[in-house]
Design a protein around this ligand. Sequence first.
Ligand code: PFF
Length: 517
Amino acid sequence: MARPPFRCTKGTLRESALAGSASQEDIFSAMAAAGTGHENWSSRSAFILAAVGSAVGLGNMWRFPAEAGENGGGAFVLFYIFCVLLIGLPVLLSEVLIGRHGQANAPESVRKVARDSNAPEGWSVLASMGVFAAFLILSFYCVVGGWVLYYIGVFAGDLVQTGLTGGAFEGRAAGDVEGLLPGLFGNGGLMVGLNLGFLVLTMFFVARGVSSGIEWVAVYLMPLFFVLFLGITIYGAFTGNFGEALAYLFTFDFSKLTGEVMLAAVGQAFFSLSLGVAGMMTYGAYANRDTNLGETSGIIAGADTAVALLAGLAIFPIVFAAGLASNAGPGLMFQSLPLAFQAMPFGSLIGLAFFVMVFFAALTSSVSLLEAPTAWVFEKFKLVRPVAVMIVGAGAAVLGILSSLSFNDLAELYPLGFIPLFAETNFFDTLDGVTAKLFMPIGAILTCIFVGWVADAKLIDDENGLDGALHQTWRVLVRYVCPIALTVILLAGLFPETAEQVFAVFSGGETPVEVVE
Ligand code: PFF
């Protein structure tokens, strides 16, 4: 297939833009004239770094250890790996190939695949839902990004005050250190300010465009992330209780595998791989035709899973060595770890490095969350990119403020309290639950049906870069295994009590132990 002319001129355009001779409008009209509506990644490795950057984020560093700890450790982790291999990876490939074929924002890409397959264009609803879900996730993701900024400030201040060699927060009571997070939660103004600060940073990079903004963040911050990450993991292995962490994360206890644990694992796999929410479709649209998508998807899923497992192996040894609880949930990274850093030599420095690393991971992910709705808004309404960024960012700011306040002034507000699954769930947790438990699995089920059954098989095979047994396996997974498994898991999560009873029948009459507190 011939390349659209814009791709050949992108470098020139970017240079002239940098030299100040091309305005945003010039670039936009050149893109529109070329018919692509967007830029492309400058290379295959830039695509891989950006996609790994999207996948690796707070989901790996904060959500994965918290979910593993709350859902019984090994049972969750093994089922998680199973979900990534048999469900996440096939869906990831399906999403990027839709994007690459469509070369446009996610709903438009699905529409193009549908058109080229003589299928109803209404299938684009799966991507529209995804774009909306990405927007919802962005809003609460930036709230947590704000907490990361806060801890960077706290550790930097501590480093200046207490010096390099001692532990962090020298001379301060453990209760004080643990109290940092509740202290932040209690300060609605600070929460909102930090949330908006992180959102504005994200908006800044997305407004700069694919190559000079999104790609720049990935190419510079992801390598830095990996250096810091490896350093901290090795440090944790030598100074912490590595053996206990290993046993905790990899001892599989079947009795702990309840419907709820399974849903938590699949939700986490989807969140971590940025699936079901149009993010990977959007990034796939910027991939060149010579990129092998099968191979690239394998690299992305492999890197993301490795980082999640290593994050567990970095965090739990430190937590166990300090004698702290493994099931502290969301507080694990923000409360337990700072306590552990207190007991460590070079604690302030390690703490600062840790939160800087998490910040890099979070920014490369939030950028992709903002890009999915932004690409849709600016292509659909023919706006310039910065205006689209402002519109989406303003919406995310409003929801983000509500999420920030759900830890303090609006703590009693349960937006979906009338649904048992979300009873007594505040605004922030409702957005998290609705996106991970509903939007992501439903989006993925529809994607599998679309790619496996509706779209033209030849078109799909031209895009997926697979052959032989791998191709056959992928097709079986996308057509049968993924939609069926996802539907079962979705229902198990929505109706936990019925699922427990069915589960008990299959596991020989014993009701599994309830591990979720
Ligand atoms: N995968 C990211 C993480 O693990 O933090 C979160 C995320 C990014 C989800 C982008 C969805 C998305 F489209």
